[in-house]
Design a protein around this ligand. Sequence first.
Ligand code: TXA
Ligand code: MG
Length: 316
Amino acid sequence: MAHPEIHAPTEQSIARAADILRAGGLVAFPTETVYGLGADATDARAVAGIFEAKRRPSFNPLISHVANIEAALALGVFSKTARLLADKFWPGPLTLVVPRTPDCPIARLTSADLDSVALRVPAHPIAHRLLTAAGRPIAAPSANISGRVSPTTAAHVTSEFEDGVELVLDGGPTEHGLESTVIDVTGEVPTLLRPGSVTREMIEELIGPIEIAGEGSPITAPGMLASHYAPSLPVRLNADAPRDGEIFLGFGALPAGAEGLTLSTDKDLREAAANLFAMMRELDQPGSTAIAVAPIPKTGLGQAINDRLRRSAAPR
Ligand code: TXA
Ligand code: MG
């Protein structure tokens, strides 16, 4: 594959971008903050493609973008406070972290297996048209390789990616150039997780005092959230086969006689990443002594998978 195609936003190119998203592909698009690298948030395999393309060494929770408040209300549980913020600042550069609804279709990989989801209704007209055409939540972190600066033009995006991103919608330079403000409204006191152009003052004027992550708030910085799911069973890594009483999480065909599941029969890392959280949960049942996990290659997406596995095996 070569650098992604760049397209001016037309009826046709937006319809094509929406088709790519619905088919599980990656599309970069402008928002009022930065360009996002989008994938169908309900398709774990598509979302694994984002981590692969960005070469992220760990799975962090991603923001799901929707076209309007109604779509967001189907995905998350909005408290009174959350609703006030949504009504005031959406569409716009504010992301709300809310509990997921019981039948929320957002993939576990998108939210890094948290019980909350991050939602945003962007104000950019092209983003709005794309989200409307896609008709489903679109996970989109900034469209840059991990560790590099966030892209504010379509050319930044195309120069960055050689593989995996099919199309970039060119909306010119972005307005803010700074990622959206992220506020956690899952608990009693709203907590600012990431500052942005919707400021603390603007928020407090509407809903009263909030807490700031890292400044004595019970919620730590994003990505280090204590509520991350940890299995109840002990986890044993780099296992070639299960021992007596263990249940096995394989990579490739299951060893003869082993009980359990395989992350990918074909040893496909993208499929493995897509299956990881759901399979860990499925195997984490009383009756086994531990979950034994096969060795996973440390290349590409394997880095993020190994990072997550190491955390689940860490002493608690
Ligand atoms: O401006 C933006 O927000 C851009 C454009 C493309 O919309 N998107 C963006 O997405 O920055 P992303 O996925 O890189 O931002 C994720 C941020 C991180 O700080 C992450 O920790 C936080 O949102 N986050 C996502 N889901 C969360 C959750 N369930 N709980 C706590 N924090 C969460
Ligand atoms: Mg970024």
